[in-house]
Design a protein around this ligand. Structure first.
Ligand SMILES: *Cc1c(COP(=O)(O)O)cnc(C)c1O
Length: 390
């Protein structure tokens, strides 16, 4: 019997090595990886520059402490601010921690304004993590049941509904921020239109709220832009990152600008591991490779190729509801629960994911090649066709 706590319904496979977007399991079978560790392996597996940088950094320094200066952290913060339009960064180790930092920032901001019970607006179908505050912010009852009492200080509105946001603004004077995903990942790849994102920005400005984007999944080049909010031409006050930031080495970041900058001082927040030299080197190398290899453009191009290819192969097929997304964050919605497709794909040597019960989710590495993309399109189209007609 496994001594690992039973928190995941795991598929019956384990991998021993990878190369690019190919994984080999412990029995020697090969798989095409269209999940990349849930949007984590930005550079695919075993990218030679990342491997060399991590080995070199490990041979010098893995960890010191935030009691001291960390030069990689300074360089990474500079780079992230230049790309994001933000002005400062707090480093941690995961997405939920990045969101915890954002929620703490929002509360701190509220208290400074004299609001004693600061409240953050969150969205239906949102996912922000599994810690107590972030599961309370998450818009999925399944992650909350059994863990009450939930953390208070959140109000929920439907995603994409600007009137609902304006309505809570009218009657709740404790609101200090809105926290949301530009593209909802775990909820089923839901997007809103540009007017909505700009409208959220306008409501935040009108009421002096912080606009906080959870970019843990849709950030870091995934959508073909560095950050999802750049798709909509809006600049939030806070953005959180994790998943793809260091291509698999754990790291999270909470970026702040505008009214959210300069709030925290020594003692207000911290993390033992956050932004350690190894993680920062992996993140800096990931960003450098993304630039050298033009991976934003690749994500955009491969994303179009996959969405258009699947659409063409499945045109007119009964049961196909929608194909959507930006870049390499893709959802294929069917008219029925399709979790069974994951196991079928696995048997055929293909790694895909299903989220929101009825949505096939694809999150390939940002250096997914055209050959990989074409192979994914034909193999996945076949599986979906069989599933819907079989
Ligand atoms: C994965 C995810 C998180 C949680 O990240 P962890 O590293 O698992 O804590 C938070 N927000 C979004 C949008 C995510 O996709």
């Amino acid at each position: 019997m496994s001594h690992v706590m039973n928190t995941y319904a795991r598929l019956p496979v384990a991998f021993s090595q990878g190369q690019g977007s190919r994984l080999t399991d412990t029995e020697g079978r090969e798989y095409l990886d269209a999940v990349s560790g849930i949007a984590v392996n930005t550079l695919g597996h075993a990218h030679p520059k990342l491997v060399a940088a991590i080995a070199d950094q490990a041979s010098r320094l893995i960890h010191t402490s935030n009691l001291y200066g960390v030069s990689g952290q300074e360089a990474l913060a500079d780079k992230l601010c230049a790309l994001s339009g933000m002005s400062e960064v707090f480093f941690c180790n995961s997405g939920c921690e990045a969101n915890e930092a954002a929620i703490k920032l929002a509360r701190f901001y509220g208290h400074k304004k004299g609001i004693e019970l600061p409240t953050v607006v969150v969205m239906e179908k949102a996912f922000h993590g599994r810690t107590l505050a972030t599961l309370s912010a998450t818009g999925n009852r399944k992650v909350q049941i059994g863990f009450e009492p939930l953390v208070t200080g959140f109000v929920r509105v439907p995603y994409g509904d600007l009137d609902a946001l304006k309505a809570v603004a009218e009657h709740n004077k404790n609101i200090v921020a809105v926290l949301f995903e530009i593209i909802q990942g775990e909820g089923g790849i839901h997007l809103a239109d540009t007017a909505y994102y700009q409208g959220v920005r306008a409501v935040c400005d009108a009421h002096d709220w912080l606009m906080m984007c959870d970019e843990v999944q849709c950030g870091m080049g995934r959508t073909g832009q560095w950050f999802g909010y750049q798709l909509a031409g809006v600049q939030p006050d806070v953005a959180t990152l994790a998943k793809g930031l260091a291509s698999g080495v754990p790291i999270g970041a909470c970026l702040a600008g505008g009214k959210a900058a300069g709030l925290f001082g020594p003692g207000n927040h911290g993390s033992t591991f956050g932004g350690n030299p190894l993680a920062c080197r992996a993140a800096l190398t990931t960003l450098a490779c993304m630039e050298e290899e033009n991976l934003l453009a690749n994500a955009d191009r491969m994303g179009r190729l996959i969405r258009e290819g699947v659409a063409e192969n499945l045109r007119g097929l009964n049961g196909l509801v929608d194909i959507r997304g930006h870049g390499l964050m893709i959802g294929i919605e069917l008219d029925r629960p399709c979790g069974a497709l994951v196991g079928k794909a696995l048997e055929s040597g293909l790694l895909i994911n299903v989220t929101g019960d009825t949505v096939v989710r694809l999150l390939p590495a940002l250096n997914f090649s055209e050959a990989d993309a074409r192979e994914l399109v034909s193999r996945l189209s076949l599986l979906i066709r069989e599933f819907l007609t079989g």
